[in-house]
Design a protein around this ligand. Structure first.
Ligand code: PMP
Length: 454
């Protein structure tokens, strides 16, 4: 696309392109940034400016930019067979082999994959699957789903309803019926005087209370991200996940782990639930499955659910034209081959993850930082007006944006969710690039300290 005239792209964009999650009036006035090229952990805009992408696109470019092998795998597949469906008794080799490859990394119990095009569709898919599962087992009243406040599960109707984002619910009369939300394990903001461990148990036990309130016979599933991503990289206390798993097991409701961000190496394990030692019944995936080179997602389905789907159901009337799209599947297969061959999951677990953790943690000595936590290559940093009392800034959104923009002006892409700074770099990031990231962020924190006094 480099031979396209780019000089008036901004004006064309303002005239014709509606962007996701954007205030279009503000964006059109400010002008859109045009990203033209990527290599490794770097992206380049149309003025040739180089940025270190501390966010791997949108938590997804796990193997980094510029992987010719993935482009070539897609090209080969596109020439041989650009499309065929997986309905009506057919499949293609890439779709089937990808399902097998994914299952080889999920442990003993998650052996099947249902393909979608995105994480949102994956969430809509398991939502139907969970209800269908219980109905097929003769428990048609088990339909309610419990999710969490401030969670993100996508932008489709079920996805946005499962998510706990108020601003999303306000648009489009959401959530739909049958979904309720319990509190998130966000100790810094909501933990009060409790220790993180006690707080983790307390919020996990809200699940039990909610099941009692709704009646166990009416609840199909509980869904959560192993680490909440878009909500601000909220890392749960260690007590949280084992307690959630216990409750789901004892109360006979399906546990759904949304692996869209945490899957494919981000936490230093193939999947986030493995890091926390829990076994979901269903798990939506996307992003790192293809490192974002082409859109593809899916749902990991446990034997428990699959046996009912296969033996009892007779037919699941659900699917997408592009479920298991052969070109996307070929790109994903090549992406997973790279992750395996370069040992990227182990690298995050044993090498760059611990290095990143130390560098990230070093920011806690800054006076505007309440805490800086990470797991693998995902980090959340809490801005604080007074770290001694955990007091937050009065305009959380403004301070996060201030730091983020300062980073951007200095060549680093970071993301902010309110007063939390989020990092999620490609799994190939070098130690020197981690240092650069943390140094630039530190300058952004200095800027906040020097410009906002509360
Ligand atoms: N679940 C989680 C945890 C996510 O972070 C996202 C996307 N950020 C989604 C679901 C939705 O995925 P998609 O944007 O591919 O629909």
């Amino acid at each position: 696309m480099t031979d396209m005239p780019l000089s008036n792209l901004g004006a064309i964009d303002a005239a014709h392109h509606l962007h996701p999650f954007s205030d279009m009036k503000k964006l059109n006035a400010a002008g859109t940034r045009i990203i033209q090229r990527g290599e490794g952990v770097h992206i380049f805009d149309n003025h040739g400016r180089k940025y270190l992408d501390g966010f791997a696109g949108l938590w997804c470019v796990n193997v980094g930019y510029g992987r010719k092998e993935i482009a070539e795998a897609a090209y080969r597949q596109m020439q041989e067979l650009p499309y065929y469906n997986t309905f009506f008794g057919t499949t293609t080799a890439p779709a089937t082999l990808l399902a097998e490859k994914i299952a080889s990394h999920t442990g003993d119990k998650l052996n099947r994959v249902f393909f979608t095009n995105s994480g949102s569709e994956a969430n809509d898919t398991w939502f139907r699957m969970a209800r269908v599962y219980w109905k097929a087992l003769g428990k048609p009243t088990k339909t309610q789903v419990i999710a969490r406040k401030n969670a993100y599960h996508g932008s489709t109707v079920a996805g946005a309803s499962l998510g706990g984002m108020k601003l999303m619910h306000e648009q489009g009369n959401l959530p739909i019926e049958g979904i309720s939300h319990i509190n998130q394990p966000y100790w810094y903001a909501e933990g009060g005087d409790l220790s993180p461990a006690d707080f983790g148990l307390k919020v996990a036990r809200e699940l039990e209370e909610k099941i009692d309130e709704l009646g166990e016979d009416n609840v199909a599933a509980f869904v959560a991200e192993p680490i909440q991503g878009a909500g601000g990289v909220i890392i749960p206390p260690d007590t949280y996940w084992p307690e959630i798993a216990r409750i789901c097991r004892e109360r006979n409701i399906l546990l759904v782990c949304d692996e869209v961000i945490c899957g494919f190496g981000r936490l230093g394990s193939w999947f986030g639930h493995q890091h926390y030692g829990v076994e979901p019944d269903l798990a939506p995936i996307a992003k790192g499955l293809s490192s974002g080179y082409l859109p593809i997602g899916g749902v990991l389905v446990s034997d428990r659910v699959a046996e009912v789907m296969v033996e009892e159901l007779g037919g699941f009337y659900h699917g997408f034209t592009y479920s298991g799209h052969p070109v996307c599947a070929a790109a994903a297969l090549e992406n997973l081959r790279i992750i395996e061959e370069e040992g990227l999951v182990e690298r995050v677990r044993d090498d760059i993850g611990p290095y990143f953790a130390q560098a990230w943690k070093s920011l806690e000595d800054h006076e505007v930082v309440g805490e800086a936590e990470s797991v693998g290559l995902i980090g959340g940093l809490q801005l604080a007006a007074d770290k001694s009392t955990r007091r937050r800034y009065s305009s959380p959104d403004d301070v996060g944006t201030l730091v983020r923009n300062h980073c951007l002006d200095n060549g680093l892409v970071m993301r902010a969710t309110d007063d939390r700074m989020l990092a999620s770099p490609a799994l190939i990031i070098a130690r020197s690039e981690v240092d650069e990231m943390v140094d630039t962020l530190r300058k952004g924190l200095d800027h906040l300290r020097d410009t906002v006094r509360e």
